[in-house]
Design a protein around this ligand. Structure first.
Ligand code: FES
Length: 128
């Protein structure tokens, strides 16, 4: 996490006070090769791969080898990932994802579809 301090004239009445702004810099870690990719939430341009900010969209931005045969439209399971750490830092699965992820090869209780799962904090994934 990067901390930036800045003066905010709207805080503190007649005398400016310091406000602390925290920019989230989550890390996407790929267990397969141990690579760690840090990014600012909302700062990576949407590449059109699944949902904006999804594991798949981030994976494509960082050139990670995550398949996506349906183009990120939640109609295959080739973007299947296993969440090894940080599940609480992800969006909740919607019904479409829940319907499809169970059909993924090698599915586990920690499986998600990369195209549907939005990253909001540190997460470690494995591509099965
Ligand atoms: S890319 Fe097809 S379901 Fe995610």
């Amino acid at each position: 996490m990067v901390e930036q301090r800045t003066e905010n004239p709207r805080v503190g009445g007649s005398s400016p006070s310091l406000a602390t702004i925290h920019f989230l810099m989550p890390k996407l870690t790929l267990l397969n090769d141990g690579s760690v990719h840090e990014f600012e939430v909302g700062s990576i341009p949407y590449g059109g791969h699944g949902k904006p900010g999804s594991i798949l969209d981030l994976a494509m931005h960082f050139n990670l080898p995550l398949n996506h045969d349906c183009g990120g439209n939640c109609s295959c399971t080739t973007c299947h990932v296993i969440i090894k750490d940080g599940a609480a830092n992800l969006s909740e699965p919607n019904q479409d994802e829940l319907d499809f992820v169970g059909m993924a090869e090698g599915v586990t209780d920690d499986s998600r579809l990369g195209c549907q799962t939005i990253v909001l904090g540190d997460v470690t994934i494995q591509i099965p």
